[in-house]
Design a protein around this ligand. Structure first.
Ligand code: SUG
Length: 449
């Protein structure tokens, strides 16, 4: 069997990064609404994480941002005239729509799609299903461009299969890899894909949250598993605890993270935890693996601590010696309970041996931590060779992207700046250059018109 790796494709933060207060149920997004942002700093914080992981020896890629403001969406909502007139009218008559059409939310690439590695799928290709993200308007407009960008990155039909987003109705609400974790003995072997959903669309026996929306449905997860040709023995479905959704856990990756044979999770993350762990353990054992469940007790870290610090929105990475490293946001160091817990965790004999801290404040203020910013794709060596090499991070690409950000990004952006017609011109110039840097071809609406 050829070697296999996990490659993290991080979202490059787009030039319109701002705090629009667009995500009801996401505490950070709601509480930072209208704060002024720094797109330049945001993009550089993300790039610094990519560079650091690359330098540690992990395989790292980059996923391009989207065209914003999304003038085509504003036109579809009835705004007419030149591009500048469309933006001016939306700013005057419907600021929330302009804000949504400007969101740089595609940076959180854990929500771009769900990925199943070839070892798990019936046709032995890597499968991608773009997420419809239809719980939030500003995110529901991402998937057409996401599909084009993924197609340009993973173009080989021999190795990669792409599925369009599920029907855009609430019954099939799908948030991609943020609610999907793959467990395996090693990346190249068949594993168990763990789908966590917030509610069922058709079966009222599953309790729903009372306060905030459950974005992912069971039916969406099941459809993705079918599209990818996953076997029943290779899939486990689990319901997220509705009470944690009501406390601000809008995706499973805000309360649990897994990698290899390890599940790192909060005591309150799931409903029927014992049953879930038993099924996961059994199925992984049948694939030759041994589940190691690391439970964080609520007495040590509360759900509120988890939501504020994003402890679980960390990247759990396997180092060359087989031990694991946790990449956490700085907010974890600022929370006493979480930081104490992490000291104990790494001092013990468990699989997680080291913690590294990153400053991702610009993204964190919108509820996006280290894990939100990356899409994990497990690839065999020959599959990695079939990926568009333009999107694989290298020291040279890092330098080029930093210079590109310096040239095109603003230092500050506030809500009133979104109405500036010059912003659209700046963004298109930046993205046109980016598609050449990353060798993506034409993927944006303004390039296809
Ligand atoms: O969908 N925030 C994103 C954060 C996504 C985090 N992703 C994962 N957990 N994988 C969301 O709620 C806020 C945008 C704003 O308010 O301007 C936003 O879309």
């Amino acid at each position: 069997m050829s070697n296999a790796f996990e490659v993290n494709f991080d979202g490059l933060v787009g030039p319109t990064h701002n705090y629009g207060g667009l995500s009801y149920g996401n505490v950070a997004s709601q509480s930072n609404s209208q704060v002024s942002s720094s797109p330049k700093e945001a993009a550089k914080q993300g790039l610094a994480k990519m560079k650091a992981l690359m330098e540690m020896g992990f395989k790292q890629g980059v996923l391009a941002p989207q065209e914003r403001p999304n003038v085509a969406v504003l036109r579809s909502l009835g705004f007419t005239g030149s591009d500048a007139q469309v933006i001016a009218r939306a700013a005057k008559e419907a600021m929330p729509l302009l804000a949504a059409s400007c969101s740089a939310s595609s940076m959180w690439t854990a929500n771009a799609c769900t990925v199943s590695p070839s070892a798990d799928t019936a046709d032995r290709r890597v499968h991608f299903t773009a997420a419809n993200l239809n719980c939030k308007f500003h995110r529901s407009i991402e998937h057409p461009t996401t599909s084009r960008v993924l197609g340009a990155m993973f173009a080989s039909e021999q190795h990669f299969a792409h599925h369009a987003a599920l029907p855009a109705v609430t019954q099939f609400g799908d948030e991609g890899a943020a609610n999907h974790t793959r467990f395996c003995k090693s990346y190249g072997e068949a594993g168990v894909e763990f789908f966590v959903f917030g509610r069922s669309a058709f079966d009222s026996r599953f309790p729903a949250p009372q306060r905030y929306p459950a974005r992912q449905t069971l039916e969406a997860s099941q459809a993705v598993a079918r599209l990818h040709g996953l076997s029943e023995e290779g899939v486990v479905y689990a319901q997220q605890n509705p009470s944690v959704i009501d406390q601000g856990v809008f995706h499973n990756d805000v309360i649990a993270v897994g990698n290899g044979e390890v599940l790192f999770y909060h005591q309150d993350a799931f409903l029927d935890t014992d049953k879930v762990l038993a099924e996961l353990g059994d199925k992984l054992a049948r694939q030759g693996g041994r589940l190691q469940a690391v439970c964080v007790p609520r007495d040590a870290v509360t759900v509120d601590d988890a939501v504020r610090s994003y402890l679980f929105n960390s990247q759990l990475l396997t180092r060359a010696d087989g031990s694991m490293l946790l990449i956490v946001p700085e907010e974890c160091r600022n929370n006493g309970n979480v930081w104490n817990y992490l000291q104990q965790l790494t001092a013990g004999n468990g699989p997680i041996r080291e913690v590294k801290v990153f400053d991702l404040k610009q993204s964190m203020q919108n509820g996006g931590g280290p894990a939100c910013l990356r899409l994990r794709v497990a690839l065999r060596e020959d599959e990695l060779e079939a990926v568009n090499p333009g999107v694989i991070m290298t020291p040279g690409l890092y330098d080029t992207l930093v210079a590109w950000v310096d040239k095109h990004y603003r230092d500050r952006l506030s809500e009133s700046d979104l109405a500036d017609p010059q912003l659209l011109i700046e963004c298109r110039a930046a993205l046109d250059e980016l598609t050449q840097i990353l060798k993506l071809g034409s993927v944006y609406p303004f390039q296809l018109a």
